[in-house]
Design a binder for this molecule. Structure first.
Ligand SMILES: C[S@@+](CC[C@H](N)C(=O)[O-])C[C@H]1O[C@@H](n2cnc3c(N)ncnc32)[C@H](O)[C@@H]1O
Length: 318
C-alpha cells in the first residue's frame, strides 16, 4: 500500500511540466483557421501560470475566439475557473469564479465546461493521458494536446491512429528543443539527469508530441517515394507477412504489400497515401512475436507500424 501511494505521488510529481510559450505558439500557428468564432477550454491549466492561457489571452482577438475558459486544479482544495469573453458591448471581460470542487478534469462541473467548449487544448498530466483522451473521444471534442511520445503505442491510443480519429500534430523542429525532445519548465524541487538550463529556465527534456484531431495541411502531404524495391534491402519478416523498411523516407515506390516502418512514420503519415494496418505487437499473433516484435533472421526489430499503400496496382485499394 505504502509503495503504491509512493508511486502515485511520484507519478503526480512527474506531471508538473510546464509548456513554454514558444512551443505553443509554434504549433498552434498551424491551426489558426480552426479557432475563428470558437470557444476554447484549458482543463489542466492554472491560468496564473499556464502559457496556454497566456497564448490564447494574447491572441483572443486575432484568432477570433468567442470564449476562453481555464480551470485551475488543486489535489485537495476547492479552486476556481477563469473565463475570458466578449460582453454585449463588445468589451472583453475576464471573470474569476470559484469552482465547487478541485478542478479535476473528470469532475462533473469540468465535464460540463468541456461539453460547452468547441476546442480543448492543454498539456494534460502524462500519467492520466489514456483517461484524458478517452474523455475527449467520449465527448466528441476537437482537441490539440501534448502527450509523451510513448503514448502513441498505448493499446488505447494506437487504434485511434488506425481509425484516423487522432493524429500527430505538426511538431515543428523549432521551439525550445534539444534533439528530438521538447523542453518543459519544471519546479526547482524537481531533480533529474534530463534537466537542462534554457534561457535561464530550468527545463526537463521530454520526448513529447502534439496529438490532435484538427485537420492540418501537413497531414495531406504525401511522402515522396523514390527508392526501388529490392528484396535484399527490404527483407521479409520471419514472423509476419510484410517487409522491413527501416527508414520511413525510404519506403519503396513500387511495393504494394504490407511494410513495417518505425514509429516516426506517424509524423509523415498521410491517410490518402497509406493505410495503417496495425502496430506489430497488437497485430502479429503473440506466439509468433520475438521479444514482442517482428523479426528478421531471428533478430527482433524496434516497434514497427504496419502500413500499406492506399493506391494498389489493380486499383483495389482505392
Ligand atoms: C504536464 S502539467 C502541464 C501544465 C500546463 N497545462 C502546461 O502545459 O504548462 C499537467 C497539469 O495538470 C494538472 N493536473 C494533474 N491532475 C489533474 C486532474 N486530475 N485534473 C486537472 N488537472 C490536473 C497538474 O497540476 C499539472 O499542472
Amino acid at each position: 500500500m505504502a509503495n503504491a501511494s509512493l508511486r502515485q505521488a511520484r507519478k503526480a510529481k512527474n506531471d508538473e511540466f510546464y509548456t513554454q510559450l514558444t512551443d505553443i505558439s509554434a504549433e498552434l500557428y498551424h491551426y489558426r483557421q480552426h479557432f475563428q468564432g470558437k470557444s476554447v477550454f484549458l482543463n489542466c491549466d492554472d491560468p496564473e501560470e499556464s502559457n496556454f492561457w497566456r497564448y490564447f489571452q494574447l491572441n483572443f482577438d486575432d484568432l477570433g475566439l468567442t470564449r476562453l475558459v481555464s480551470t485551475h486544479y488543486h489535489p485537495t482544495e476547492r479552486t476556481y475557473k477563469l473565463v475570458m469573453e466578449r460582453d454585449e458591448d463588445g468589451n472583453i471581460t475576464t471573470t474569476k469564479t470559484p469552482l465547487e470542487g478541485n478542478g479535476d478534469f473528470r469532475s462533473a462541473e469540468c465535464i460540463e465546461l468541456l461539453d460547452e467548449a468547441d476546442i480543448i487544448t492543454t498539456n494534460p498530466p502524462f500519467s492520466l493521458f489514456r483517461e484524458y483522451v478517452a474523455l475527449l473521444m467520449e465527448h466528441k471534442k476537437k482537441f490539440i494536446i501534448i502527450g509523451n511520445q510513448n503514448a502513441i503505442t498505448y493499446k488505447e491510443i494506437f487504434p485511434l491512429f488506425m481509425s484516423n480519429e487522432l493524429w500527430l500534430g505538426v511538431n515543428p523542429r523549432s521551439g525550445t528543443r534539444k534533439g528530438n525532445n521538447l523542453l518543459f519548465a519544471v519546479p526547482d524541487t524537481y531533480d533529474s539527469k534530463f534537466i537542462v538550463e534554457y534561457n535561464g529556465v530550468r527545463c526537463m527534456q521530454v520526448s513529447a508530441k502534439w496529438f490532435t484531431n484538427l485537420d492540418i495541411d501537413k497531414r495531406h502531404q504525401p511522402l515522396t517515394l523514390w527508392k526501388d524495391y529490392d528484396p535484399e534491402e527490404y527483407p521479409h519478416y520471419d514472423n509476419y507477412d510484410a517487409i522491413e523498411v527501416s527508414k520511413s523516407d525510404e519506403i519503396p515506390v513500387d511495393y504494394f504489400g504490407v511494410m513495417g516502418v518505425p514509429i516516426t512514420f506517424l509524423d509523415k503519415y498521410c491517410p490518402e497515401q497509406f493505410h495503417i494496418i496495425g502496430l506489430d505487437r497488437y497485430t502479429v499473433p503473440k506466439e509468433f512475436l520475438v521479444g514482442g516484435r517482428v523479426a528478421v533472421n531471428g533478430k527482433p526489430k524496434y516497434a514497427r507500424v504496419l502500413i500499406q499503400r492506399v493506391d494498389q496496382p489493380d486499383g483495389q485499394g482505392e
